[in-house]
Design a protein. Structure first.
Length: 103
């Protein structure tokens, strides 16, 4: 390829590349903004809005119950933490990712 052909085709290739990157299929947009609670997507604004991390939620539940954490899952807007209490009872505690409130 000589330099004259390259000078003509390079801008067209760059423009095509930029247009291709800016056009996103609707399925990809929908996948990105699906409900993170259902585990099918992960919206970035959900993470940014959180005030309590999973580690902080685990510590709070351990202090509140005096038990041993068996399992912890991030469900999007809340955490589900399974605890073995001192009395041998298995409890599931939900912690709000915004406020840290337990239920």
């Amino acid at each position: 390829m000589n330099t004259i052909t390259l000078k003509r085709t390079l801008p067209a290739l760059v423009l095509a590349l930029l247009l291709g990157l800016s056009i996103q299929p609707s399925s990809a947009r929908e996948r990105w903004h699906e409900d993170p609670v259902m585990g099918q997507g992960f919206a970035p604004r959900t993470v940014a809005d959180r005030r309590v991390t999973l580690a902080q939620a685990i510590e709070s539940v351990q202090r509140a119950t005096g038990g041993k954490v068996l399992d912890a899952k991030d469900l999007g807007g809340e955490y589900r933490i399974k605890v073995l209490t001192r009395s041998g009872e298995i409890r599931v505690v939900f912690v709000d990712a915004q406020t840290g409130a337990m239920r």
